[in-house]
Design a protein around this ligand. Structure first.
Ligand SMILES: N[C@@H](CCC(=O)N[C@@H](CS)C(=O)NCC(=O)O)C(=O)O
Length: 217
């Protein structure tokens, strides 16, 4: 079944890379298929929301990155990127929610200016920065960072932190001229440097950079 897993999307997407890190870390064989957001038509190709990534399995497609991670967990009993016991697994999923709902989602207000050359009102930027700062302080209260977000082992929370903290930092820097995350949460730079050494993350980062170079022409 492994050979038939197809990951659709683009290496420029943080959510695509979240799933790709999980596939690599958990040892799945998969192929990658270029698919831009809001392309293709549903049903038939693409996704019901227009969003990427999606994973095509022998039984059909799965959309939404978190549903895909849970599927990967379910089809490979014994191979998991969650902690062993139920309580710590719940706390790990809690960190994923904090990162996605309270850090990455508010940063989306900055993406039109950061990545697509649009103008933004000052108050939109200020509100986004305040909301991201609040999300980071929530994360700071619950995450460990030493060496990983949930403690000793690398988990899905770390792949999520890698893709979103880097994307949000890039957006903040491009829009405001500086990345305030290290000042808000000093453990972040060292943590990201450690993660950057992992083979799965190097692989994903090399592909992301190559895709960014290709998109600039
Ligand atoms: N909740 C979705 C978010 C995925 C997402 O927002 N993907 C972006 C690319 S990084 C996208 O497809 N955006 C197009 C759109 O929102 O219309 C997931 O976890 O998969």
């Amino acid at each position: 079944m492994d050979q038939l897993l197809q990951l659709h999307g683009t290496p420029l997407s943080n959510y695509y890379n979240k799933v790709k890190i999980a596939l690599l870390e958990m040892g799945f064989a998969f192929t990658e298929h270029a698919h831009l957001p809001n392309s293709g038509s549903w049903p038939g190709s693409g996704s019901p929301s227009g969003k990427i990534p999606f994973l095509v399995t022998t039984e059909g497609p799965i959309h939404e990155s978190q549903a895909i991670l849970e599927y990967l967990e379910d089809v490979r009993p014994g191979v998991s990127l969650y902690p062993d016991d139920a309580y710590r697994r719940a706390r790990c999923r809690e960190l994923i929610q904090y990162l996605e709902l309270y850090v990455e989602a508010p940063a989306r207000a900055l993406y039109p200016a950061a990545f697509w050359g649009k103008e933004l009102a000052c108050e939109t930027v200020e509100r986004a920065v305040e909301t991201i700062a609040s999300g980071i302080s929530t994360l700071a209260r619950c995450a460990q960072f030493e060496p990983h977000l949930c403690g000793e082992s690398f988990t899905h929370a770390d792949s999520v932190a890698w893709v979103h903290l880097n994307t949000v930092a890039m957006a903040l820097k491009r829009v405001t001229g500086a990345n305030p995350i290290p000042a808000w949460l000093p453990a972040v730079p060292g943590y990201l440097e450690r993660l950057a050494e992992r083979p799965s993350i190097r692989h994903v980062e090399d592909d992301r950079r190559a895709a960014a170079r290709a998109s600039r022409g």
